[in-house]
Design a protein around this ligand. Structure first.
Ligand code: NAD
Length: 469
């Protein structure tokens, strides 16, 4: 099938490359020229395991191209994915201006032939109908411009023509929220737990089913013997809500175990054992029960805030979600409190952070807990250094200030008063902790993810402090 993906970030680029890999003809559109040039040369602008390989394979087989030309993408695609960012505004609501620009742009370039416009971006509930309206506005603006002499004095709204009246406007909007995780995005795309599709058109649903058939049938899955991927078909609003509810649940689950960890700290229990004990209960499950320094990243904070904001719009106060957020805000300070307990005064001390990204195997720093940690430590007068396997190499330091980024873990440890494990990069399991301890002023390790082997770290000469242990 012919596919156009608009927005080539963590979601759009992975979606486009994976759909090309399974055999579709994909054009990816982005308005960032530098990014498009890089992708045209076969390079990925983001770090995501396995992405470069499938990108390059699909470029070579001429199934994947990149452009800044939205008109060309719209003309090409039977299915048009909107995958632009929807960051949080200071009020907590979702900033939908990029979606708006793309939806209008699609409308202004719609050509003949039926198309499915897919909201892949995480958008506020009700956005499906809103996108439909914007596409029609885009159509009307184009028509209005063409017919200006005749329509002089008419407003844009006057020229809106309902969809399906003419071949030119034959389209449906569906919601197809994305559940991939950065760091395993390619794997997740080929091995999804489910595919959610919201809309009210059986024609669009059939086309989407066809598009996803290779994935539904697990032709590219790790385990091809598994039953087909379940497709959950709903109305538009329910699909949009599924995405928010999923992220809100996961964020709340982490806040829950962090709260339990804080009680464990006081009563002398070990949260890692507690999590194991409760996680084996199949009603609870073991995932997302790792206590630590709080959740962050480009999705949880903004999606939980957006859901709270949506409920507020309807006069409904989300008590549980607000509590999950406030537990998380407090949790982000837990490392500072632990450092104060062991070092007493932070002013003039040097603190080294192991990891900067919000999770391992990504270069994404958006809303990473490291950022608020750096801010708080700096505010208290500490000098902050960091080593991150990706950020230290690539120099992608967007959003980073007040931190010295070291090139390796030993340079990081040198002259530090304490280290804090912020991101659970696998390679942090096997660093030379004996040498690192020797290089430090005082070998203290705050394990912000309960990730390291306490015995190994203590044998290396560190004083080990975990979360809730
Ligand atoms: P991103 O910021 O990484 O990428 C967005 C891309 O859109 C950028 O390349 C930007 O240049 C491009 N863009 C912006 N305006 C454009 C326009 N008018 N025309 C063409 N391109 C334009 O965003 P992301 O992390 O990929 O997230 C995209 C959406 O997917 C968001 O709504 C997000 O909530 C959702 N989502 C993200 C993840 C994730 O792990 N990142 C997971 C699930 C869902």
């Amino acid at each position: 099938m012919r596919v156009c993906v608009i927005g080539t970030g963590y979601v759009g680029l992975v979606t486009g490359a994976c759909l090309a890999h399974v055999g579709h003809q994909v054009i990816c559109v982005d308005n960032n020229e530098a990014k498009v040039k890089l992708m045209q040369s076969g390079q990925s602008p983001i770090f995501e395991p396995g992405l470069s390989e499938i990108m390059q394979g699909s470029i070579q087989s001429q199934r994947l191209t990149f452009t800044t030309d939205l008109a060309a993408g719209v003309e090409h695609g039977q299915v048009l994915f909107i995958a632009v960012g929807t960051p949080a505004l200071p009020t907590g609501e979702s900033d939908t201006r990029y979606v708006e620009a793309v939806a209008r742009g699609i409308g202004s370039h719609l050509n003949g032939g039926y198309k499915v416009i897919v909201n892949k971006s995480t958008v506020p509930i009700g956005s499906g109908d809103w996108v439909r309206m914007l596409v029609l506005d885009g159509v009307a603006e184009r028509k209005g411009a063409v017919a200006e002499p005749v329509l002089a004095g008419m407003g844009v709204q006057d020229s809106v023509i309902p969809a399906t009246v003419s071949e030119d406007y034959d389209f449906d909007v569906v919601s197809n929220p994305e559940f991939l995780r950065e760091g395993s995005a390619v794997h997740d795309t080929f091995n999804p737990d489910r595919i959610v599709l919201g809309g009210n058109s059986s024609r669009a649903a059939a086309l989407m089913q066809e598009l996803y058939t290779p994935i539904i049938e697990r032709q590219f899955a790790e385990d091809k013997t598994q039953p087909p991927v379940p497709m959950v078909v709903t109305d538009l609003s329910s699909a949009e809500m599924i995405k928010y509810a999923a992220n809100a649940f996961l964020a709340t689950k982490i806040s829950f175990i962090n709260e339990v960890a804080n009680i464990c700290d006081r009563v002398g229990a070990d949260v890692t054992q507690v999590a194991k004990g409760i996680g084996l209960d199949s009603r609870i499950g073991s995932k997302f029960l790792q206590a630590g320094l709080g959740w962050g990243g480009s999705c949880f904070p903004k999606d939980v805030s957006a859901l709270i904001h949506t409920a507020d719009d309807y006069g409904f106060e989300t008590q549980l979600l607000k509590a999950a957020v406030s537990v998380n805000q407090r949790q982000k300070l837990i490392v500072v409190e632990k450092l104060q307990q062991v070092l007493k005064i932070l002013k003039g001390k040097t603190i080294g952070l192991l990891g900067l990204t919000f999770k391992p195997d990504t270069d994404d720093l958006r809303d990473a807990p490291s950022l608020s940690l750096i801010e708080n430590l700096t505010r208290l007068g500490a000098k902050v250094k960091a080593y991150d396997p990706i950020i230290s190499q690539t120099g992608m330091r967007h959003g980073l200030s007040d931190v010295i980024v070291e090139t390796d873990a030993e340079r990081l440890a040198d002259s530090c008063d304490a280290l804090v494990l912020v991101t659970e990069w696998q390679q942090f399991q096997t660093l030379d902790y004996i040498k690192m301890a020797q290089l430090m002023h005082s070998p203290i390790m705050i394990d912000g993810r309960n990730f390291l082997n306490q015995a190994v770290i203590e044998e290396a000469g560190f004083r080990y402090v975990g979360i809730g242990r």
